[in-house]
Design a protein around this ligand. Structure first.
Ligand SMILES: *[C@@H]1O[C@H](CO)[C@@H](O)[C@H](O)[C@H]1NC(C)=O
Ligand SMILES: *[C@@H]1O[C@H](CO)[C@@H](O)[C@H](O)[C@H]1NC(C)=O
Ligand SMILES: *[C@@H]1O[C@H](CO)[C@@H](O)[C@H](O)[C@H]1NC(C)=O
Ligand SMILES: *[C@@H]1O[C@H](CO)[C@@H](O)[C@H](O)[C@H]1NC(C)=O
Length: 497
């Protein structure tokens, strides 16, 4: 009986459901992490306090088991072992983030913490020595606390502080970095951090939070892009963009109302951040809906800040490629008309949609944000291709979450295989230009408000051991083989076909 089950599992993996297109030789396969989630050493060697240090220490009740990133995976001390594991995996690239407060303890450029610079230079040199391409995120949610206290991402002046920090990073690391990400997933920060209040800084400003936050993020990104473009690109010859995140929004029915609702939700989730950068200005449907509702709610103008013509032009085109994170699909249906449920202003009502998942989709009970729906992912890739003028796309995050952290993680293998397979189909059959894929995550780590409960790593980390011992899961061994073989099935089509 057991044997039959094991065989059945094996058959699923070998089945023809996976694409037999070869993974192109120059297609980048990598893994990702972020500073606060792995580094630890939260107050060592001159590091300043970030908003996540403050949040996890001040509101332990808001995080599972009152966990913090104080030690996390201890990568600040164990970076050499991390590089060795990356080498063992054989990845083409490693995406990680710089801790702004480790480099600028006050967030401002007047005082640079040289120990922080040195840490990242050692890590970058280690990657270079092993032929691993770094993909470096300047900001992955850990705002320096002093800047948070000035209003954080609701204060548009923070964009200038970010730009100065970005310039310093280009100056001090640019000789070792050709691939830059300015900001990670502004949608998640703006919705969960400034409207729902479920991630740092924990604000629940439903009316304006998201829109002020989106405005500042997009502006900050554009400033950093222009600095790179004008002052560094000629010499460093790198490329730079922002990471946006989105689930795929599938219409819940064939009705035109539901189709429109799904399209509208895409613009609220991904368009709010990507459209100003890839097409110019906010998405029209967001301008119209928030504008109309704001007037009905008694505001003199839209809760969504209006860009000046100069700002539209300044932000438009500030990308060298498209970086996308995605974990899931939702069915989207029409819920309210633009004139309905008028109250005090609510981002959550502005789009007028409802969302649900299909119980047949594989997911782990209690983890709502990860559903294994590769066909939705393929549709998302096509949507990005069609809406943003066929950009070169890299998937900067995608992965499977479980609650056990088991070394036998067949579900993770199935999920990653299915999503790479969807990419291969999108490239070969839909003409979508995808040049890389990044598993979230390299290793189990501090999963924000879920603490250490949700595990997404290819490597298990023993958080009970002071040594934070890393152990390869089955998925790490599988990924290592895929990177080497460049093929998801027993035998791929001839690469030359
Ligand atoms: C953004 O730039 C593109 C390419 O130059 C241009 O076609 C488009 O009209 C611009 N968008 C806006 C809103 O100006
Ligand atoms: C309201 O929406 C319509 C399109 O449905 C648009 O033409 C109009 O400009 C919007 N009004 C405001 C104030 O945004
Ligand atoms: C709007 O806000 C006021 C003041 O907080 C509150 O008393 C009122 O109930 C709110 N109205 C709605 C519809 O939520
Ligand atoms: C869920 O998926 C199944 C299988 O694809 C489909 O038959 C069903 O209609 C879906 N349910 C909903 C609510 O969309």
């Amino acid at each position: 009986m057991l044997l039959t089950v094991a065989l059945a599992n094996l058959l699923v993996i070998c089945s023809s459901e996976l694409s037999d297109y070869p993974i192109p030789k120059d297609f980048m396969l990598g893994v990702a992490t972020a500073a606060y989630q792995i580094e630890g050493a939260w107050n060592e060697d001159g590091k300043g306090e970030s908003v996540w240090d403050w949040y996890s220490h001040t509101f332990p009740e808001r995080i599972d088991n009152a966990a913090t990133g104080d030690v996390a995976c201890d990568s600040y001390h164990k970076w050499e072992e991390d590089v060795a594991l990356l080498k063992e995996l054989g990845v083409d690239h490693y995406r990680f983030s710089l801790s702004w407060s480790r480099i600028l303890p006050e967030g401002t450029i007047n005082y640079v913490n040289e120990a922080g610079i040195e840490y990242y230079r050692k890590l970058l040199q280690g990657l270079a020595d092993n032929n691993i391409t770094p993909l470096v995120t300047l900001f992955h949610w850990d705002t320096p606390r002093p800047l948070h206290e000035l209003g954080g991402w609701t204060n548009p002046l923070i964009a200038d502080y970010f730009a100065e920090y970005a310039r310093l990073c280009f100056e001090r690391f640019g000789d070792l970095v050709q691939n830059w990400i300015t900001i990670n997933e502004p949608q998640t920060t703006c919705v969960q951090g400034y409207t729902e209040g479920i991630k740092a800084p924990g604000y629940s400003d439903e009316a304006e939070g998201v829109y002020l936050c989106a405005y500042t993020h997009v502006l900050a990104h554009a400033k950093a892009y222009h600095i790179y473009d004008e002052e560094f690109r000629a010499m460093q010859k790198g490329r730079i963009t922002i990471v946006v995140d989105s689930m795929w929004c599938e219409p819940a029915s064939d009705s035109s109302e539901d189709k429109e609702a799904a399209e509208t939700e895409m613009e609220f989730i991904i368009g709010l951040y990507a459209n100003p950068i890839y097409n110019g200005n906010w998405p029209q449907v967001v301008i119209d809906r928030v504008g109309n509702r704001s007037l009905l709610e008694g505001y003199p103008r839209s809760r969504l800040p209006e860009f000046t013509k100069d700002e539209i032009d300044y932000i438009n085109g500030t990308f060298d490629f498209f970086a996308l994170n995605s974990y899931s699909t939702n069915y989207i249906y029409h819920q309210i008309d633009v004139t309905e449920s008028i109250g005090n202003g609510s981002y959550l009502l502005d789009s007028g949609i409802g969302a649900k998942v299909n119980s047949t989709w594989k997911s782990i009970e209690g983890i709502g944000w990860v559903n294994d729906v590769p066909w939705g992912f393929r549709k998302l890739l096509n949507w990005v291709h069609n809406h943003y003028n066929k950009p070169d796309i890299i998937i900067t995050e995608n992965g499977w979450a479980d609650l056990t952290g088991d070394l036998q993680d067949q579900d993770r293998i199935d999920y990653v295989a299915g999503h790479i397979s969807a990419i291969l189909d999108a490239i070969n059959e839909d003409g979508v230009r995808v040049f890389g894929y990044t598993v979230w995550s390299f290793m189990d780590n501090f999963e924000w408000t879920n603490g250490y409960n949700e595990k997404l790593g290819l490597y298990q980390v023993d958080f009970d051991s002071p040594d934070r011992t890393r152990t390869a899961k089955d998925s790490a061994k599988w990924y290592q083989k895929i990177i080497k073989d460049r093929c998801l099935v027993d035998k791929c089509q001839d690469a030359s076909l």
